[in-house]
Write a protein that binds this ligand. Structure first.
Ligand SMILES: C[S@@+](CC[C@H](N)C(=O)[O-])C[C@H]1O[C@@H](n2cnc3c(N)ncnc32)[C@H](O)[C@@H]1O
Length: 227
């Protein structure tokens, strides 16, 4: 059933709809969710539906696609994912979980019985090396945590290690994010971090989308030098 919904998303033209309507809010509340921000938009999710369908053997992935989200906030994306991909095995990394996140995860557990959710309360710089050491792999990695240039680059490189071949990595705020000049000088931007990452791994990826978000598919594991 969820694949039908995704297929419908694939056929439709994704409309840019950054507005959050009262209807959206009422629908969220009706399902027990409480969001104060809507940083993740229907427009994004419409694009995601298309990319997710192209995950290798999406319908046959044993146990469902493995999803890693870096930066969870109130769980807007995690709840969308679990509602639309109920078979997903979701792991979120968030150093500062808030009370709305707890409300929203409880709601999705009620709405999608049997949903698989693991939340790691730590910064990605600590959590991701542990996941690598433990041998985890993911089919979708969504990077939306530390929005500095160095943070985005670090999460991208570690996330790439964790991404299975054929999997998709999506970065939020590739284009959209405007920092005050002073902050940009000091911290850089997500876009700069992403561009360094793409440059370093360009042989191993295909770019699916580069606009407000960046989406890339992993084609192969990176090579290493023999010395
Ligand atoms: C833009 S919000 C995430 C929104 C969420 N992905 C969604 O779609 O609803 C960014 C989140 O990243 C978290 N964050 C900040 N630094 C982080 C880090 N080093 N590692 C992981 N998450 C981080 C923040 O606490 C915040 O909750």
């Amino acid at each position: 059933m969820f694949l039908d919904a995704l297929r419908k998303g694939r056929q439709s033209q994704c409309k840019i709809d950054y507005e959050f309507t009262e209807d959206n809010r009422a629908n969220d509340q009706g399902r027990g969710y409480n969001f104060t921000e809507h940083w993740a938009h229907n427009f994004h999710f419409c694009n995601w539906s298309k990319w997710l369908l192209d995950l290798p053997a999406m319908e046959a992935l044993p146990g469902g696609p493995r999803v890693l989200e870096i930066g969870v906030f109130e769980g807007r994306t995690s709840t969308w994912l679990l509602e639309n991909l109920p078979s997903a095995r979701y792991l979120g990394v968030e150093p500062f979980p808030n009370s709305n996140l707890r409300v929203n995860l409880n709601a999705v557990t009620r709405n999608v019985p049997g949903s698989s959710i693991v939340m790691v309360e730590a910064p990605a710089s600590k959590a991701l090396p542990d996941l690598i050491t433990e041998g985890h792999k993911f089919d979708l990695v969504y990077v939306d945590g530390d929005h500095s240039e160095g943070g985005a680059l670090w999460d991208a490189m570690l996330g790439w290690e964790l991404l299975a071949v054929g999997g998709i990595m999506i970065f939020d705020d590739y284009f959209d994010w405007e920092l005050p000049d002073e902050m940009e000088k000091k911290l850089g931007t997500v876009r700069k971090g992403c561009d360094s990452f793409v440059n370093a791994r360009r042989e191993d990826m295909r770019i699916l989308w580069r606009w407000d978000q960046l989406a890339v598919r992993k084609l192969k594991e990176p090579g290493t030098t023999p010395w």
